[in-house]
Write a protein that binds this ligand. Structure first.
Ligand code: ADP
Length: 186
């Protein structure tokens, strides 16, 4: 039993529960990605992370290798518009090394998603490289609800470009933003 004997002037006051040393520090986790745009699969992971950690930062990457449909501020806005119901989640944009961003935001870990075995190789490589760059950065993998395992931003964009209905794959405000964007840049 966790407890300690409290003595006062030689008088026995019985067994007192030991003060548990919970850290006062807020446990922040970073969920990085392109989010071009945010899908219901991403949102599923954000909700899971929000239940596990004190604070979740959805970190939208400025990725120079990719030609995104939405700019970084637009992608951050789309994430922000989907997390009103989650008070411990915020959206942010970042540039540069993920491990540096995690340190700067005092994150305890990075969240990544595994939809299928096909994600594994890339995600495993990324996690090990980030560990090589900074030993203290852990990566935690979460899996979404089965119905979201086939979902990716790339497929959603392809469907929308071809005039398909993406209502069941993305939040309503993301769908509107995609329709408006594709009307301007088909
Ligand atoms: P990146 O370009 O960094 O892969 P993405 O926005 O495509 O950015 O994905 C960010 C993370 O979210 C990745 O770990 C990816 O595997 C995960 N992810 C993407 N879509 C889903 C989904 N439908 N369900 C669960 N995780 C997902």
């Amino acid at each position: 039993m966790v407890g300690q004997v409290a003595l006062n002037g030689g008088r026995f006051f019985g067994i007192q529960p030991r003060r548990r040393c919970y850290s006062a520090a807020v446990r922040t986790v970073i969920y990085p990605g392109s989010f071009d745009p945010l899908t219901n699969g991403h949102l599923d992971l954000i909700e899971r992370a929000a239940r596990l950690f004190d604070r979740v930062i959805v970190a939208v990457a400025e990725n120079s290798d990719k030609q995104p449909l939405f700019s970084t501020p637009e992608r951050v806005q789309l994430v922000a518009g989907a997390i009103h119901h989650l008070p411990n989640v915020t959206a942010d944009g970042f540039d540069g090394l993920l491990v540096d961003y995690v340190t700067q935001r005092q994150g305890v870990a990075v969240i990544r998603g595994l939809r299928a075995v096909s994600d594994f190789e890339f995600e495993f490589q990324l996690a090990l490289m980030n560990r090589k760059l900074n030993e203290s950065v852990e990566t935690i993998f979460l899996t979404p609800k089965e119905t979201y395992t086939f979902l990716s931003s790339r497929i959603v964009k392809e469907i929308a470009r071809l005039g398909g209905d993406v209502a069941q794959f993305v939040p309503a405000h993301v769908q509107s933003a995609m329709t408006a964007k594709l009307r301007r840049t088909p």
